[in-house]
Design a protein around this ligand. Structure first.
Ligand code: OFO
Length: 171
């Protein structure tokens, strides 16, 4: 059974994951409008992944005797300066999400809720992967600079990375 404190922290995390999904959906749509179809496919898939992260929390809260709250969401940013701008804001967002997750993990230890602590470890690992992936993509974009051919190949690579269906891992 979840304590009220842990239930509230998990519900706050439901909102964080839902906001991530919305933010990446907006980025995907921007990419699609720019003709960056690989980047758009990658971000649509990333958005789907975040929705699965949210669902995993909703189900856990309900299974553990809590009540999951489906949150209202603010409109995410919809205009971006460049593809590099997109991945920089994605990384910035993910580092904030990591802090939120660490906060929940810390609370689990303080509350001696080892079941939820164990459940949250999946999110801890996921954040390591997501941050690393975002850093790798930013590094590549920095190398490419304003080279249109390089950007074309980058976009095509992202198309390839988006081929598998959304699962619980990173795209
Ligand atoms: Fe849910 O992993 Fe990103 O935010």
């Amino acid at each position: 059974m979840l304590s009220k404190k842990i239930e509230a922290a998990l519900n706050a995390q439901v909102q964080v994951e839902a906001m991530s999904s919305q933010a990446y959906l907006a980025m995907a749509s921007w990419g699609e409008n720019q003709g960056l179809s690989g980047t758009a496919a990658f971000l649509y898939k990333h958005s789907d992944e975040e929705r699965l992260h949210m669902l995993k929390l909703v189900k856990f809260i309900n299974e553990r005797g809590g009540k999951a709250v489906i949150p209202a969401l603010k409109q995410p940013s919809t205009s971006f300066k460049s593809i590099t701008d997109i991945f920089k804001s994605l990384l910035f967002h993910e580092t904030k999400v990591t802090q939120e997750i660490n906060g929940v993990v810390d609370m689990c230890l303080k509350e001696k809720d080892y079941t939820t602590h164990n459940f949250m470890q999946w999110y801890v690992s996921e954040q390591i992967e997501e941050e690393a992936l975002a850093r790798t993509l930013i590094d590549k974009l920095n190398l490419i600079g304003n080279d249109k051919g390089g950007l074309y190949l980058f976009d095509r690579d992202l198309q390839g990375m988006s081929a598998a269906p959304a699962g619980m891992g990173h795209p």
